[in-house]
Design a protein around this ligand. Structure first.
Ligand SMILES: Nc1nc2c(ncn2[C@@H]2O[C@H](COP(=O)(O)OP(=O)(O)O)[C@@H](O)[C@H]2O)c(=O)[nH]1
Ligand SMILES: [Mg+2]
Length: 246
């Protein structure tokens, strides 16, 4: 998950976790205080009520803003799985990638299989040009690696009174549709790859309509990750055949 400060990355994870665990959870710190600002690369599992966990990770990253942000070089390392889990971004001692022949080559598991840009629907018009440029630079690296990219569009409840009253109205609202279009243009992604959501924030109980939107987003993310893995598999088979032919 990549996005600006306050976009709702931590809240999106908490919303998924809430649904899978069946109660409101707040494992990822969210909010506007200094302590809630993520400075590391944090993998989160989704646990289920019985105590087991799903076989995928959602990884939180620091915001894109200049002060605490990270750069394109670090993004490349991250996509390739060079970052240890819980890595703290530190401008004074940046990470260098491990040599291909080193014993410490990154675990394949740590590679990123799908990128989710988390965008706040209420601030699409005022995203700084610096942040947009950074996201585009990151996208260039993702395109080179053929990593699928999606947008999770948060805070749609703040866009329109009807949606605020009833989240199930989201797919009927032209205001939401307009913002989906805006987000898709911002990053040059298909509209079907923009996933509007409303995160749990003030609720004290689960809400089926919030869950439906979130689960639609999660299933699209997992489908995209699966597409990427099939491409990877085909490529590996092709490389193996080539070696055998030699
Ligand atoms: N109304 C509303 N508020 C949200 C939503 N998602 C996040 N927030 C609030 O936005 C603020 C920033 O969210 P956070 O998850 O900490 O953003 P992060 O910096 O990207 O991790 C918090 O106060 C959240 O409660 C949403 O869908 N609707
Ligand atoms: Mg956060």
């Amino acid at each position: 998950m990549i996005g600006s400060v306050g976009a709702g990355k931590s809240s999106f994870y908490n919303t998924m976790d809430t649904i899978f665990r069946g109660r409101i959870t707040q494992r990822a710190c969210s909010g506007s205080s200094e302590q809630s600002i993520t400075t590391g690369y944090i993998p989160y599992k989704l646990r289920v009520e019985s105590g087991g966990s799903c076989k995928f990770l959602f990884c939180d990253t620091p915001c894109l803003e200049e002060s605490t942000g990270w750069d394109a070089e670090e993004c490349g390392y991250l996509l390739d799985g060079n970052f240890p889990n819980y890595y703290q971004f530190d401008k004074k001692s940046p990470l260098t990638p491990k040599a291909e022949d080193s014993d410490e080559v990154p675990a394949r598991d740590n590679r990123i299989h799908c990128v989710v840009f988390v965008l706040d629907a209420t601030t699409l018009d005022v995203v700084s040009s610096q942040v947009v440029e950074k996201m585009k630079n990151f996208q260039h690296l993702m395109n080179q690696r053929e990593i699928p990219q999606l947008i999770v569009l948060t805070k749609i409840d703040k866009l329109c009174k009807d949606v605020q009253k009833d989240i199930s109205f989201a797919y009927k609202s032209w205001v939401v549709e307009e913002h989906v279009e805006k987000a898709s243009q911002l990053l040059g992604l298909r509209r079907s790859n923009v996933l509007p959501v409303k995160n749990y924030e003030e609720e004290t109980r689960l809400d089926t309509n919030i869950n439906i939107l979130t689960l639609l987003a999660v299933s699209k993310i997992l489908d995209s990750a699966e597409d990427y893995m099939y491409n990877l598999l085909d490529r590996q088979e092709f490389e193996r055949l080539k070696v055998r032919e030699k």
